[in-house]
Design a protein. Structure first.
Length: 179
């Protein structure tokens, strides 16, 4: 590593630490002038290409996925940090496959598998866009799947009773989801 003070090319590493961003911070000392300086090393990721449904290829865009999940979880009690972590986990899982190109349905399924445990409503919203729901029956199918295989560790929030409209008697409408 070239010294920024004297230009000498030999230095020794005095200290190494991982940073929160995934880089490696190294404190170095020049073997010529003995001044210390800091360098950061980052692993260079090979670009991950997404194969779209129409056959086009585009580079994986993490921000695009985060924004889609933010829209799906709008007005829900889902923190941005949770979404960021979910996207990190998805990206790491995709890179762990060891392939340079991933079909977009594989990304969507990976997201949905994880989102289901975060928030069921966000899951349904994301699924409605990802799976391109055409009508209420498509929504019903996902709801039935959720109800028949509920997420294992997620506690169910207490349900609020429905409010009656003024001038109408309070009565619950039956909702038959095939149970």
């Amino acid at each position: 590593m070239k010294c920024p003070y004297c230009g000498h090319i030999d230095s020794k590493v005095v200290d190494s630490r991982d940073t929160e961003t995934g880089a490696i911070r190294r404190r170095r000392e020049c073997l010529n002038c003995h001044k210390r300086f800091t360098t950061y090393e980052r692993v260079e990721n090979v670009p991950l290409l997404v194969i779209k449904k129409d056959g086009r290829r585009e580079e994986f865009n993490r921000d695009k996925l985060v924004n889609g999940l933010l829209m799906a979880s709008k007005k829900r009690d889902v923190e941005r940090a949770t979404i960021e972590q979910l996207v990190d986990d998805v990206e790491n899982a995709l890179r762990a496959r060891g392939v340079a190109e991933i079909p977009s349905p594989a990304i969507g399924e990976e997201v949905m598998r994880r989102l289901r445990d975060v928030d069921e409503i966000a899951y349904i919203r994301f699924a409605s866009v990802y799976r391109q729901f055409r009508d209420v029956n498509d929504v019903r199918g996902v709801m039935e799947e959720l109800l028949s295989h509920p997420p294992g560790t997620r506690a169910q929030p207490p349900r609020r009773p429905a409010r009656a409209r003024p001038g109408q008697p309070e009565e619950e409408l039956p909702l038959n989801l095939g149970k």
